[in-house]
Design a protein around this ligand. Structure first.
Ligand code: UDP
Length: 416
């Protein structure tokens, strides 16, 4: 039921110089206090989506810093993931409710999962997102906290507008946790009174292959291989094929922008995550909408990390037209690559895109189109925004800052 993910070897020492010295030393000092702490992380999948992305870089570093970390993921199970995708949607505000049978399936799975977690083996158990969230509630409390184990729930989604039928259940499932972590304070579910709360935004790993800065000439050559004409302007959205990422809205924005920028190309670069059964349906709709349209490239599961990086480096403008967005690592990555980002004013996007400085916050396709055309016609402004965006990521959204915040919170819980 739980599968262990192998952690690559990484050295925190390599981050010296990547972030301010004070932050680097603070991380070492905090980690020293947690040396040997046994920490289990459980999330849905090790591939696809932002959570896997973050854990892949953060956990090996925590290990190198002296914590005894284990990363375990759920074995894929279609029925369960169909239900949890709907739970994810419901927590993001979708009106469709689950049937009693579906809730039963969710709880049964979590009860079984609880049976596979031996709390006595861990000092901290960190559960990510809704899929395994109810495991603690399903476990006899004496067993769960037998050795003073601290349970943390880390929410990566935008739950500000949660549908009450999901919210009320989760208030119950989350009540026994020792600590809750949200990306933004406004995501805290109504009615939930956490014993301890932390607000910690995400981060990207500047040394991960996928975030290493790429020579524009190399990027140009890579996108060319996908059929893009590197001499004509390109806008791009990198995102899973998911209704909340609104790929159809991006197509609409591009269609409008093309009226002002003839020859403008659009690339929708996306992968499908193994816990997301909805992906195929959305992709089908996107493919239909793209049919017969020149200069529109739908690249589903075709772009590896390097290719994603190439698109984020080469595109004149990166769009993130999400309707909901927990944090939006694709936004961080694009800003880091020095591209201006045009994003909706939802979730974690306004935390990252400063309107008029590193890009623009927009509401609908018409505004996205107007801003896109504006930036493509004014490459100097676009470049200045790109530089500003890169510097803001360096200051706020790199992995060592995330590690510092996570360690601090664990220490707070340990000292309770
Ligand atoms: N991603 C990728 N290939 C794709 C699409 C996305 O590697 O074709 C990565 C992307 O670079 C980012 C992550 O998946 O690191 C998506 O994280 P984000 O927070 O933007 O969204 P989520 O999928 O978690 O909602």
């Amino acid at each position: 039921m739980l599968k262990r993910v192998e952690l690559k070897e990484r050295r925190f020492e390599e981050y010296r110089g990547q972030v301010p010295d004070a932050l680097f030393s603070e991380v070492r000092q905090l980690a020293g206090k947690l040396k040997g702490a046994r920490v289990l992380h459980v999330n849905a999948t090790s591939a696809g989506g932002g959570v896997a992305e973050i854990l892949r870089s953060e956990l090996p570093l925590l290990q190198d810093l002296g914590l005894a970390v284990s990363w375990q993921v759920l074995e894929p199970q279609v029925d369960f993931f169909t239900v949890t995708k709907q739970i994810h949607n419901g927590l993001q505000g979708d009106a469709k409710n689950l049937s009693p049978q579906q809730w039963q399936l969710y709880e049964d799975y979590n009860r079984e999962l609880a049976g596979h977690i031996d709390a006595a083996q861990w000092d901290f158990i960190k559960i990510h997102d809704p899929q395994p969230a109810a495991a603690l509630e399903m476990m006899p409390i004496r067993q769960a906290k037998v050795t003073g184990t601290k349970w943390i729930w880390r929410c990566h989604i935008d739950s500000k507008h949660a549908n009450p039928s999901y919210r009320d259940r989760f208030v119950r499932y989350l009540a026994p946790y020792d600590g809750l972590v949200f990306t933004m304070r406004k995501y805290l579910l109504e009615g939930l009174e956490p014993k301890k709360l932390a607000v910690i935004p995400m981060a990207i790993d500047p040394l991960a292959d996928k975030n290493r800065l790429m020579d524009p000439i190399v990027a140009r050559e890579i996108v060319r291989r996908f059929g893009i004409d590197p001499d004509r302007p390109l806008v791009c959205q990198v995102s899973r094929f998911d209704p909340w990422k609104d790929p159809l809205g991006v197509i609409e924005a591009w269609t409008l922008a093309r009226r002002e920028v003839p020859g403008l190309q659009l690339a929708l670069v996306g992968d499908s995550s193994s816990d997301d059964p909805e992906g195929a349906v959305v992709l089908e709709r996107v493919s239909q909408a793209a049919e017969g349209k020149a200069d529109l490239f739908v690249l589903a599961d075709r772009a590896d990390d390097r290719a994603v990086r190439a698109f984020q480096t080469h595109a004149d403008v990166i769009i993130q037209k999400s309707l909901r967005e927990g944090f939006g690592l694709t936004v961080t990555e694009a800003l880091w690559a020095g591209r201006p980002v045009i994003g909706t004013d939802v979730g974690g996007i306004p935390l990252q895109v400063e309107d008029g400085r590193s890009g623009y916050l927009i509401s609908g396709p018409a505004e996205a189109a107007k801003r896109t055309a504006e930036l493509i016609k004014n490459p100097q402004r676009a470049a200045a925004m790109g530089r500003y965006g890169h510097d803001s990521v360096k200051a706020k959204f790199l992995t060592p800052r995330l590690i510092r915040d996570d360690l601090k919170f664990m220490l707070e819980l340990a000292e309770r």
